[in-house]
Design a protein around this ligand. Structure first.
Ligand code: AP5
Length: 256
């Protein structure tokens, strides 16, 4: 059993320390990018993969949402600016995202590995990530592209509830918590995200088509892209992902 990390360094930045000292996981260190439209299930799969592979779930959206909970005076003007984009469903400008990731670069070189969720989201971000990883002398294992028809995605987003404490993700019918409104993992309050309103969902889908879809070609050219059908239940999609990842590693010469 791998001990769950609270991801304090990633979520809080600055001088925060994670509650668990990172250890190289038994076997392999995984460094994955999770791609796919908003609501396809990246966060849900990241939770399952993290428990199984030991790598930390690093979501840029979670960092912005954590910043939203800070008192007004504690947020930098850049963060306030970023939260405006997020509320409307638009992408946060690359410079702000890259500054934020750059401040957390220790999470990219962490011996425990990482599951990047929501970053990169534009070709400029993917190029910047590539440079950061080269500088840190670590390589991506794969970029996983989760795919699902749009009407199913919209149904997933409408029923999503997220823990205000540990950020665990539930669904009112598909993945209900044991007690309504309460997180199974930490007892935190479950809330509906501001950007899960229909008008914000539409804007997010457009941003995805315009800015994020081109990343498939970016990772395809580098031989890193793996496409996964995400229409089944979370556990089934997870089992399928693990099988594909094991095949990828078996056929790769760079196994660590
Ligand atoms: P972010 O937090 O990254 O959101 P997103 O990409 O829109 O993705 P979601 O978190 O909405 O969906 P998901 O795929 O993780 O699905 P989930 O697992 O929750 O970004 C939010 C905003 O921040 C952006 O719009 C932007 O403004 C800003 N931002 C963040 N990063 C940025 C960047 N790099 N550049 C610029 N801006 C950035 O699942 C959804 C629901 O479906 C859940 O209820 C779940 O329980 C359910 N579900 C999941 N899997 C299944 C399944 N297999 N079957 C049935 N139900 C399922």
């Amino acid at each position: 059993m791998i001990t769950k990390n609270d991801r304090a360094v990633w979520l809080k930045g600055g001088n925060a320390l994670c509650s668990v000292t990172p250890q190289p996981p038994p076997g392999k260190t995984w460094r994955l990018v999770l791609l796919g439209a908003p609501g396809v299930g990246k966060g849900t799969q990241a939770q399952l993969l993290s428990e199984h592979l030991g790598a930390c779930h690093l979501s840029t959206g979670d960092v912005f949402r954590a910043a939203k909970c800070l008192a007004d005076g504690e947020r930098s003007p850049a963060l306030d600016h970023a939260l405006g984009f997020m509320r409307r469903g638009e992408l946060v400008p690359d410079e702000i995202v890259l500054d934020m990731v750059g401040e957390r670069v220790c999470c990219l070189r962490c011996c425990g590995g990482f599951l990047l969720d929501g970053f990169p989201r534009t070709v400029a971000q993917a190029e910047a990530l590539e440079r950061l990883l080269q500088r840190e002398k670590v390589a991506l294992t794969a970029a996983l592209d989760f795919e699902l028809p749009i009407d199913e995605i919209v149904a997933r987003l409408g029923g999503r509830r997220t823990c205000s404490g540990c950020k665990a993700v539930f669904h009112v019918t598909g993945l209900p918590p044991r007690v309504e409104g309460v997180c199974d993992h930490c007892g935190g309050k479950l809330i509906q995200r501001e950007d899960d309103r229909p008008e914000a969902i539409r804007v997010r889908m457009e941003a995805y088509k315009k800015s994020t879809r081109p990343l498939m070609e970016f990772y395809q050219k580098r031989g890193l892209l793996v496409t996964i059908a995400a229409g089944k239940a979370p556990d089934e999609t997870f089992q399928r992902t693990m099988k594909i990842l094991n095949d990828v590693v078996a056929h790769s010469t760079n196994s660590r």
